[in-house]
Design a protein around this ligand. Structure first.
Ligand SMILES: Nc1nc2c(ncn2[C@@H]2O[C@H](COP(=O)(O)OP(=O)(O)OP(=O)(O)O)[C@@H](O)[C@H]2O)c(=O)[nH]1
Ligand SMILES: C[S@@+](CC[C@H](N)C(=O)[O-])C[C@H]1O[C@@H](n2cnc3c(N)ncnc32)[C@H](O)[C@@H]1O
Ligand code: SF4
Ligand code: SF4
Length: 338
């Protein structure tokens, strides 16, 4: 006699899918709004505390990251402000690395404390890091970032290699009149250096209309230049960031292009953001956040947290409105981690 096996339904967390059938594998988690640099395109007057420094604590970070990972997120990027300003960064890395199901834990940093901390972060479980370097010329670097620290940041890069970070990406915001003339220098560096150097097209935020008019440079010209000199596009992974990556047989390193104004840039959007104050942001240039903090106080709220995130996702729009000069509520990217 055939026996029938009764299958009990297993409670599944809601998958993170929006109204355009896009799946969200990648969480950008901001640890702090504070930054010690004064990048001219981001915080030209430096970080100004606005009284809200009650950033998510370790338990809250673990809970929010845990809810995303249990719903299918495979990659988390720690960002800020400057994430290395958090004294408990190493402990946060270890907490999140222990989440079952998380495949990749990565960090974006200006390089402050990298020289001293690379080994410790690596031992705690950090898989890779992105390092911002806007110029290879010490004087221009100081002019753009407000910090005369290029030598120290380069020593940090060496320390990161020594600590075993093999996949290091360098972020360079392309700036007319400030670093665009260094293109040849950057490419010669990539020829001999095993990094992925990403040129990022400047994005217009609410705080910098004049700056944008003076320094914005379309990245498309650079893309055409790369294609004409034998660079080839590399296939993209499901949890990859927004860069198009190019390879060349004569170069040890790779070149990435982040072109937020290009057609179709947002169609493959696969990422969500949580700010250092616990607000879910559906888009880098959206209109406001959805507060999650009340559901980060107890492990018992994980299901409710996932349901709130999934419900919010139904309001995610197709893309940004930067082409019409609308950056939503975003005054600068330090308030959400880029
Ligand atoms: N417009 C837009 N820009 C983004 C988005 N995600 C990242 N960026 C920008 O891309 C630049 C590099 O960001 P990173 O923090 O290094 O991370 P990433 O390139 O997304 O990450 P990986 O490719 O995973 O290494 C920053 O200037 C970000 O603001 C996005 O969703 N939309
Ligand atoms: C907001 S920062 C946060 C992490 C860290 N402080 C750093 O600078 O790497 C993340 C990235 O955003 C980039 N960024 C900031 N403002 C930008 C803008 N207006 N347009 C394009 N990229 C920007 C920075 O160059 C950096 O690579
Ligand atoms: S880009 Fe990063 S390092 Fe520069 S001011 Fe913004 S948050 Fe700070
Ligand atoms: S601008 Fe908004 S929709 Fe476009 S890729 Fe970035 S987060 Fe996604």
């Amino acid at each position: 006699m055939a026996s029938s096996i009764q299958l009990r339904p297993v409670a599944q967390p809601p998958a993170l899918v929006d109204g355009f059938a896009r799946r969200f594998y990648y969480l950008r988690l901001s640890l702090t709004d504070v930054c010690n640099f004064r990048c001219s395109y981001c915080l030209p007057s430096g970080y100004r505390p606005d009284g809200r420094r009650d950033f998510l604590c370790r338990d809250e970070l673990r809970r929010v990251a845990g809810a995303f990972v249990a719903a299918g997120t495979t990659k988390i990027r720690l960002t800020g402000g400057e994430p290395s300003m958090r004294r408990d960064l190493t402990a946060i890395i270890a907490d999140l690395k222990a989440l079952d199901g998380l495949q990749t834990l990565v960090l974006t940093t200006n390089g402050y404390r990298l020289q001293q901390k690379a080994r410790e972060w690596r031992a705690a479980g950090l898989d890779a890091l992105n390092l911002s370097i806007d110029s290879l010329d010490p004087r221009q670097f100081a002019l753009i970032t407000g910090q005369d620290r290029l030598k120290e940041i380069m020593a940090g890069l060496e320390a990161a290699w020594d600590a075993g970070f093999s996949q290091i990406k360098i972020n360079t915001v392309l700036l007319k009149g400030l670093n665009a003339h260094e293109l040849g220098l950057f490419l010669r560096w990539v020829q001999q250096t095993p990094v992925q150097l990403r040129f990022i097209e400047l994005m217009q935020t609410g705080a910098q209309d004049d700056y944008f008019a003076r320094h914005h440079l379309r990245g498309e010209g650079l893309r055409q230049q790369l294609l004409a000199s034998g660079w080839q596009l590399k296939p993209r992974q499901a949890d990859a960031g927004p860069a198009q990556v190019y390879l060349h047989p004569d170069y040890l390193g790779e070149v990435g292009l982040i072109l937020p104004y290009a057609d179709g840039f947002c169609q493959s959007c696969n990422r969500l953001r949580v700010s250092a104050l616990g607000q879910l942001h559906l888009c880098l240039f959206g209109d406001g956040g959805i507060d999650l903090r009340d559901l980060l106080q107890s492990d018992a709220d994980q299901t409710a947290l996932q349901q709130r995130i999934q419900a919010a996702l139904q309001h995610k729009v197709l893309g940004h409105r930067l082409h019409s000069g609308n950056a939503g509520v975003r005054q600068h990217l330090a308030s959400i981690g880029g």
